[in-house]
Design a binder for this molecule. Structure first.
Ligand SMILES: NC(=O)c1ccc[n+]([C@@H]2O[C@H](COP(=O)([O-])OP(=O)(O)OC[C@H]3O[C@@H](n4cnc5c(N)ncnc54)[C@H](O)[C@@H]3O)[C@@H](O)[C@H]2O)c1
Length: 356
């Protein structure tokens, strides 16, 4: 067991869950609803439930249909109805077992059921382990807008078991690496060097190296969230690569994975930082190289600059009509730019569009 301050508790296997829950979970162990998706429940549901049964009085199980397209109010409604049918009350809690989609929806249901019951996050995708399980943002997509409806609801505990990544499909692992690279670029130049020098072990999912990578990446997010839990300022830095990334995600109707779109958005943000003279051409090329090492895409075809710009400007991360763009001061340090012009954004967007 290893601890990161304000971050997750790390498990070598789910068998460590009872001990961790006894020591770290400051709530009554009455009933828990284990909520995952139609991939993670068949894979890990029973193994995790049998550990939870050693601690909780009763363990229920619920699976959402897997996939971002099911991250909807309707899916959350079906879980809420199941909780009501099962007569859950304020003494009960939810445990989210899965990637960011299951975690965001289970967390949102926990935030609004009976005005809030505790949620334990047990993330199983790389993206969820290094990002979505930490920090208490929960919610669903709405009317074509990502994460438009939601609530801040801090998990009572995050239990992260890197060994669960052994079953994660390759493209999902790659997408998770998009967020790892993002975190390194925005706050930790040493982590950038670590990623480049251990690229082979990471691609081969060497458990010790993955553990170190996840621990360091979580620490970045946990520290930023600790200082700014409700995104009044600094937490916006975590959106590096996301403004144009979300616009791309929407323009291609969510046919590309979130982490891949973040990688594409990173290229745009890095190029805009280069044009502002913040990073050198060599540093820009190093960033592209780091993304390429992990198969993270840096461009996309079949979209127009107009639609990406339009989506970028309708992204909810605008402050009083002005886009809050996250750019690089240098590799390993990001800043919030409130003065990005349409022309600058178009330059970034043209950079990521492949000619047909
Ligand atoms: N709340 C936050 O702060 C936050 C931060 C970043 C991203 N997000 C959200 O997270 C979502 C993306 O998360 P994601 O990439 O984990 O997607 P996901 O939850 O859809 O998981 C990806 C796929 O991998 C499967 N899977 C998960 N773990 C597995 C495992 N160990 N073995 C085999 N298959 C496994 C899932 O069933 C799914 O099919 C997006 O909706 C995004 O908006 C939230």
């Amino acid at each position: 067991m290893n601890h990161v301050k304000t971050g997750p508790v790390f498990l070598k296997s789910f068998r460590e869950l009872p001990e961790v829950l006894e020591q770290e979970l400051p709530i009554q162990k009455n009933r828990v609803m284990l909520v995952g998706d139609t991939n993670t429940i068949p894979l890990y549901g029973e193994a995790v439930a049998s550990e939870l049964r050693k601690v909780f009085r009763e363990v229920g199980m619920f699976a959402f249909e897997a996939g971002e397209e099911h991250k909807t109010l309707d899916s959350v409604k079906s879980l809420l109805a199941y909780l009501i049918d099962s007569r859950y009350d304020r003494k009960d809690c939810i445990a989210a077992l899965g990637g960011g989609v299951a975690g965001d929806m289970a967390g949102f249901a926990a935030a609004i059921f009976l005005r809030g019951i505790p949620v334990i996050q047990i993330p199983t995708s790389l993206l969820a382990q290094i990002d979505s399980s930490i920090g208490g943002k929960t919610g669903v997509d709405f009317d074509g807008y990502k994460n438009m409806i939601g609530a801040f609801h801090m998990p009572a505990l995050v239990c992260t078991c890197p060994a669960a990544l052994s079953t994660l499909p390759e493209e999902q692992f790659r997408a998770g690496m998009g967020e790892v690279v993002k975190s390194a670029l925005l706050a930790d130049a040493d982590l950038c060097s670590f990623l480049v020098s251990h690229a082979d072990e990471i691609r081969n999912r060497d458990e010790d190296i993955l553990f170190e990578m996840i621990r360091r990446t979580c620490a970045i997010k946990a520290e930023i969230v600790r200082r700014d839990p409700t995104e009044q300022g600094e937490r916006a830095l975590l959106n590096l690569g996301h403004t144009i990334g979300h616009a791309v995600e929407k323009a291609c109707h969510f046919s590309r994975l979130h982490g891949e779109c973040v990688g594409i958005g990173l290229n745009a943000a890095a190029y805009m930082s280069l044009r502002r003279g913040k990073i050198s051409e060599e540093e820009y090329q190093d960033i592209l190289h780091m993304c390429a090492l992990f198969g993270i895409p840096d461009s996309i075809s079949g979209l127009t600059e107009e639609e990406i710009l339009r989506n970028t400007k309708s992204d909810k991360k605008m402050a009083a009509g002005q886009i809050r763009f996250i750019l690089l001061e240098k590799p390993g340090r990001a800043y919030i730019a409130d003065d990005v012009t349409d022309e600058e954004m178009l330059c970034g967007i043209r950079r990521i569009l492949q000619k047909e």
